[in-house]
Design a protein around this ligand. Structure first.
Ligand code: FAD
Ligand code: NAP
Length: 854
């Protein structure tokens, strides 16, 4: 198995930053600092750094780990922080030292009185401590006397970081210049414009809008004629016609037709509403929050959600005078309206035309490949062209031992508290019946002789590769088949204009295209706008190029959200939708983020077996549709499923029976040990209380039950080791869909309950009718919490219990929080606000602990 071999026998190298002398602080220097866990904050800081020069600013960029090596905030006067949050609102790994020093209680209140700062925070509002780290940073800087010179931005990954990031950066330049005492930009750059303003979409005398494309440096796209809007119109409508007049004529014709007018009205309304939604959402929150010095959005509407099929191109089809049939078919295929258009073409009757347009009206709207007015007629402000900075040199004469390559170039993994080790898979058990909604797999790992030590409540990272077939598809699509397995080295292009250009640390010095795509790059990452901007440069078809420009433009924000971000499109989906786009591999090395390991909670106790570790996951299935060209499984869960298929057994017996594979298992594990790379993650919070008498309340539906199985097994052993110890009561609130299909670890939980280790096993089945003795049925864990509200309230408020919640962050954890608040309110007889304050305090005191994920 190739992917297995790729990951075995790895060598681990430490990535060490070279020590460089610290730059002397200067009055007009802007220092950009980032605290980044997975690379997003770093990428945004780099973007600011990259564009600063165009705005006449000199910047220095450093990771926060370089505090007091390359920068010292006690000596700087103007600093911009870009900072994310990790774990339970903790600082990213590279920022821990910086935060530790900043938080020292002995620092005087004027410690940073000389410092002016701005903060761009990144977070995810699915989590309770949204943007906790940037919020803490902002607060602490001000406590130490520093002054914010620009409102703090809180970008929310749950709705799209770009919604806040883009306008925040846009406004930053003016604020920085003002702060540094520099004149406004337009005065400094004589003869050039660095304005971010969009070119007016002014109508030409012929009624044709000027379609102007401008990048954020104010430069106009070469291929679209600014003086003659017709060129842009030709491109917008996909008419590859040498005679732009013809297209313009047809446009004018349309505009005189009432039927088309009404179509336009309907689409205009819808589209402009989508645009307005976003613009308003941002503007509103900026205005609203500016009062408190904050820019943020949370769960604002971001535009049209539905997959629409018709387009402006379809309207062209109704104009028999000017429309070429083959072009029509092409554009219709792109927009999914082929049938209607062909009908219109063959009859040519006015009634039919009207029917077609009516159908179009019903379905009209933008789609991934097609835009409608006003966007398709609009001038565009594009992000700056990403500057190429990597070049690849092939070494066909060199053979490479892929198996010996360090994992991701030996670059340290995020949240790692120990080295990567190779653990042997000893068992893979399906915990769900064949007819369950999701398939859950329990995997047992042998960690003997690896030095891997864990505690119940820990999570660990699985270093997984991408899907081999998907990688092959990408290689084929990019025309790289002949080079896929040839050794290459990568270096920075000499004289590149890219600032702080460096070969990504997660790429091995010698590599192959296949290896890089399989193990180093997140090929499923949703392409950011800058990525699409790069793709524009490598797209030959003018219609496709224009659409990509729209999708990455400021004006196309709603379409980007609806057709790229929300459906979670991958690079391969975008390349499929835009067949004339073919970026060079080097550009992908620059733009694709690092492939992230996937964390899993341990579902066992080392006291039971120090050499064995269990974890459980649901295999993620992502359907096709909304631009996703093929269904697929999650990167890691799909990989683990494929990897262990030959050895899987089922608690319901169906797997082993189905495949008759039971006896193969022993042989496989003896002859060919299956190893996967894992590493321990830091988690100091999700722990059993050291005092056994403290009551515990565990809430974990679905796979969220994982750490609690470990907790209870641990408790069982602890009790056996200290038979005289007083044990506090333990409650587990568990939920699944069907008692007989997806009740994970049922036997073990019932055994632990029967053994008295678990005092209360409270289970609900969300898709079964439950007998309730007259009480309202409990569908979800929070319903059962509510039913047992008196016990829960007493334990939490009077008996010092610890409440643990694990599993889904998006809905479950929020609903549980709400019910706990209600329970507290009822138990204390207080107002809802007082109850919220109490719950907040419980969290602060670590009596309400979450380990949740989306
Ligand atoms: P990915 O390839 O990462 O795909 C998942 C992503 O696909 C989703 O985030 C979403 O963006 C997208 N997606 C999913 N469905 C759709 C859809 N219908 N349409 C469009 N896009 C879609 N998980 C467990 O199962 N068990 C655990 O014990 C566990 N513990 C965790 C502990 C921690 C601390 C954390 C942070 C996470 C934990 N997770 C756990 C989650 C786990 O890390 C993975 O995220 C999960 O298993 C999916 O990984 P994957 O690589 O298979 O999926
Ligand atoms: P799941 O199988 O989808 O759901 C389990 C049960 O929860 C079902 O009965 C479901 O009911 C119910 N449910 C749905 N909405 C709910 C709500 N708002 N409140 C309470 N219950 C609700 O769950 P899963 O896939 O195992 O886990 C969900 C998520 O948790 C995944 O994203 C997983 O990655 C994550 N996870 C994180 C950790 C961690 O951070 N340590 C550990 C494990 C899992 P219906 O479907 O009938 O509505």
């Amino acid at each position: 198995m190739r992917s297995r071999l790729h990951l075995i026998n790895v060598v681990f190298r430490c990535y060490c930053c070279r020590r460089m002398p610290m730059m002397p602080a200067q009055n007009n220097r802007l220092v950009l600092l980032y605290g980044s866990q997975t690379g997003q904050a770093k990428a945004i800081a780099e973007e600011i750094h990259e564009n600063a020069e165009k705005h006449g600013l000199r910047t220095d960029l450093f990771g926060l780990e370089l505090t007091e090596k390359k920068f010292d905030v006690t000596k700087e006067s103007c600093v911009v922080f870009v900072c994310s949050t990790t774990g339970d609102g903790d600082p990213p790994d590279n920022a821990t030292k910086f935060f530790r020093r900043l938080k020292k209680k002995t620092l005087p209140s004027d410690h940073l009185a000389h410092l002016n700062f701005a903060v761009l925070g990144l977070g995810d509002s699915n989590y309770t401590n949204f943007c906790n780290c940037p919020k803490t940073l902002d607060k602490r800087l001000q406590e130490l006397g520093a002054k914010p010179f620009y409102p703090t931005g809180y970008a929310d990954d749950a709705v799209g970081l770009e919604i806040v990031v883009d306008p925040w950066i846009e406004g930053l330049w003016t604020a920085v210049r003002k702060q540094l005492g520099l004149p406004p930009e337009s005065c400094t750059v004589a003869g050039e414009t660095v304005s971010m303003e969009t070119t007016d979409n002014k109508q030409t005398p012929g009624g044709v809008p000027n379609s102007v494309v401008q990048d954020s440096s104010g430069q106009t796209e070469g291929k679209i004629d600014m003086k003659d809007g017709r060129t842009g119109e030709t491109e917008i409508n996909g008419q590859h016609d040498d005679n732009p007049e013809k297209v313009i004529e047809s446009q004018s014709d349309f505009k005189n037709k009432e039927i088309v007018k009404s179509y336009e009205d309907s689409t205009n309304d819808r589209t402009s509403m989508a645009h307005t939604d976003v613009a308003e959402a941002v503007t509103h929150s900026i205005e609203l929050e500016n009062k408190g010095g904050v820019i943020s959005t949370t769960k604002q509407s971001t535009g049209p959600q539905t997959e629409n099929t018709a387009s402006d191109c379809c309207v062209d089809a109704t104009d028999s005078k000017t429309t070429d049939k083959s072009e029509n078919k092409k554009t219709a295929e792109a927009s999914g309206t082929e049938k209607h258009i062909l009908e219109a073409d063959t009859t040519g009757s006015k009634d039919r035309d009207r029917q077609v347009v009516d159908t179009v009206k019903e379905q009209a709207g933008p789609s991934l490949r097609v835009s409608v007015p006003p966007l398709c007629d609009s001038g565009l402000t594009l992000p700056a062209k990403p500057v190429p900075y990597l070049e690849v040199e092939f070494h066909p004469e060199e053979s490479l031992c892929i198996e010996e390559l360090p994992l991701q170039g030996g670059c340290p993994f995020p949240s790692a508290s120990a080295d990567v080790v190779m653990a042997t898979v000893t068992m893979a058990t399906r915990l769900t019946r064949h007819d369950a909604v999701k398939t859950a797999l329990d995997i047992e790992l042998d960690i003997s002789d690896t030095g891997f030590k864990y505690e119940p409540g820990d999570s660990f990272g699985v270093v997984c590769p991408n899907n081999e077939t998907e990688v092959q598809d990408l290689i084929d699509r990019l025309g790289l088949t002949d080079h896929a397995d040839v050794t290459f080295s990568v270096k920075v292009i000499e004289g590149t204009k890219k600032r702080a250009a460096a070969v990504p640390a997660h790429l091995p010095a010698r590599c192959t295209i296949r290896h890089a795509l399989l193990t180093c790059l997140e090929i499923r990452a949703v392409p950011k706008k800058a990525f699409l901007r790069m793709l524009v440069e490598h797209t030959t078809d003018v219609v496709q190029k224009r659409r990509l420009q729209e999708l990455c433009s400021k004006q196309g924000t709603a379409d980007y959200a609806a057709f790229i971000r929300e459906p979670n499109l991958r690079l391969l989906d975008v390349l499929t939708a835009f067949p004339s786009c073919c970026p060079p591999f080097e550009r992908l090395l620059e733009m694709l983020p690092r492939l992230q390991p996937r964390p899993y909670s341990v579902s066992s106790s080392p006291l039971v077996s120090p050499d064995r570790l269990h974890f459980v996951f649901n295999i993620v299935h992502i359907p096709s549709g909304s631009g996703r060209t093929a269904p697929c499984t999650g990167v890691c869960t799909g990989w683990l499923d494929r990897l262990t298929r030959h050895m899987q057994t089922g608690v319901y017996g169906d797997m082993a029976e189905e495949d008759g594979i039971a006896e193969k298992i022993g042989q496989m594990s003896l002859n060919d040990p299956l190893k996967i790379p894992i590493y321990l993650r830091t988690n100091n919070h999700f722990r059993l209380p050291s005092d056994l008498s403290v009551p515990i309340i565990m809430v974990g539906p679905g796979t969220g039950v994982a750490p609690f199985v470990g907790f209870l097994q641990h408790r069982e052993k602890q009790r056996a080791l200290s038979p005289d110890a007083v044990c506090g009561p333990s409650w587990l609130f568990y939920g699944c869909r069907h008692r007989d299909r997806d009740y994970l670890y049922r036997e073990e939980l019932e055994r632990l309950a029967a053994a008295g280790v678990l005092d209360h096993l409270v289970v609900c089945f969300s898709r079964e009718d439950m007998e309730t003795d007259g009480a309202p049925p409990a569908r979800y864990v929070q319903d059962n919490l509510y039913h047992h509200g008196d016990d829960v309230g007493r334990m939490l408020l009077d008996e010092g219990a610890v409440l643990y919640v694990c599993g889904d962050a998006k809905n479950m954890a929020k609903d549980v929080n709400e019910v706990i608040t209600q329970i507290v309110q009822k138990y204390k007889g207080c107002t809802i606000q007082e109850a919220r304050n109490t719950v907040f305090q419980l969290r602060q005191d670590r009596h309400y602990i979450e380990d949740i994920w989306t």
